[in-house]
Design a protein around this ligand. Structure first.
Ligand SMILES: Nc1ncnc2c1ncn2[C@@H]1O[C@H](COP(=O)(O)OP(=O)(O)O)[C@@H](O)[C@H]1O
Ligand SMILES: [Mg+2]
Length: 364
């Protein structure tokens, strides 16, 4: 059995899953989510938006996150009755605080000291999954497509797995063709940021507030001119780009008064459109949605509306809980690491070759 730990760009909390795998499928035994301590969340948001920070502060967060992940695992074990000895390894993504995959000095940083996780849980821990792929010229992201292919790749028509976290990413699996996968752009992040600012709630439940507004087509068109969308894959993005400052800048540039709920409606359609633009209605298949955005029924409707020929459904309909998909992927990547097998897809990340991913930390 493996444990996967994921905390993504939404900073909503830590997803944990305990699962085992055979050569074709994953079997989830337990899953849960523990919310982030609010003070930690604030620090991480500031850090990922480029706030000045000292080495000491980075060290403190690395340590604090390591402890937070470790106690999450220990609480998970206590609640589920699983014993540490029954877990082969933990795959922990860590918390991304910086991701700059292009340019002369590509660099990505996930915090959460795995020495602490291994020491405090007594379980071998695999982390730092992205940098080997980057060392080979890849984006180090997205890493989930290899797992999506493992789960859903065997099929006679096109299947796309769409994960809508803070950022959204897709894995396009067409029979007899290499997998295509990249970040499409913002997922829930801008909507979360706007609803927090105006309604003082961390997310727009079911997209109800967005549904109460009207999409501003001109603002939508302007936002879609961000040059991230014109870039060709491989590409990946994060909070460094699509943060609250990006939205403020867009609204300033737009210049006209616009009601807050109309901004929210526009942001929701912006997410749906930037995803739908990557898929063709001529080559329609199944669109399997996971991540927190799959629970936003207004967003799901907007996707189906933009992609009328596609069968839009959640991954749950295919037997994989969309809330734990990413944690499951990192549990699987830990298994790949321990088995000495590759975890990346060079055609997705742009790395020069397949490689083993992750650094292994032992508890003893
Ligand atoms: N019922 C819901 N209605 C609307 N949005 C939701 C709902 N549940 C979760 N979300 C959205 O999903 C986000 C969390 O998604 P998640 O997949 O955990 O992202 P990440 O991997 O970036 O942490 C929340 O911040 C929220 O925007
Ligand atoms: Mg999350």
């Amino acid at each position: 059995m493996y444990i996967g730990i994921m905390s993504g760009t939404s900073l909503d909390g830590i997803d944990l899953v305990a699962a085992d795998f055979d050569d074709q499928s994953a079997r989830t035994h337990h899953q849960t989510m523990y919310p982030f301590p609010e003070s930690l969340k604030e620090k991480l948001i500031a850090l990922s938006q480029g706030a000045p920070v000292t080495l000491e502060e980075i060290g403190t967060i690395d340590h604090f996150l390591g402890k937070t992940y470790a106690s999450a695992v220990n609480q998970f074990l206590a609640e589920t009755g699983l014993r540490a000895e029954s877990i082969t390894a933990i795959g922990c993504h860590g918390q991304t605080v910086f991701h700059q995959p292009s340019g002369p000095m590509p660099f990505t940083m996930q915090l959460g000291d795995a020495n602490i996780i291994a020491a405090l849980t007594g379980i071998t821990t695999v982390t730092d999954f992205r940098r080997k792929d980057m060392a080979l010229g890849g984006q180090g992201a997205p890493l989930v497509p290899a797992f999506h292919r493992y789960l859903f790749g065997e099929n006679n028509k096109t299947r796309v797995v769409l994960n809508i976290g803070g950022i959204a990413n897709i894995s396009i699996m067409t029979p007899n063709q290499p997998v295509i996968g990249y970040d499409t752009g913002p997922g829930n992040m801008l909507m979360d940021s706007w609803v927090l600012q105006h309604q003082n709630t961390p997310y727009d439940q079911d997209g109800k507030w967005a549904a109460s507004g009207t999409v501003d087509q001109a603002l939508l068109t302007q936002m879609l001119t961000d040059n991230y969308f014109a870039q060709t894959a491989p590409k990946s993005t994060g909070r460094e780009r699509f943060h609250q400052g990006w939205l403020t800048q867009q609204l300033t540039q737009f210049g006209q008064e616009i009601a807050p709920e109309d901004v929210q409606a526009t942001l929701l359609t912006f997410t749906a459109t930037s995803i739908a633009n990557e898929l063709s209605n001529d080559d329609a298949g199944e669109l399997l949605v996971c991540g927190g955005g799959a629970k936003n029924s207004t967003l799901m409707k907007a996707l189906q509306h933009a992609l009328p020929s596609w069968q839009v459904m959640t991954t749950d309909a295919k037997g994989v809980d969309g809330d734990s998909m990413e944690a499951l992927a990192f549990a699987w990547l830990a298994r790949q690491a321990l088995k000495g097998e590759p975890g990346n897809l060079p055609e997705v990340t742009g790395a020069s070759r397949l490689c083993r991913l992750g650094a292994i930390y032992y508890p003893d």
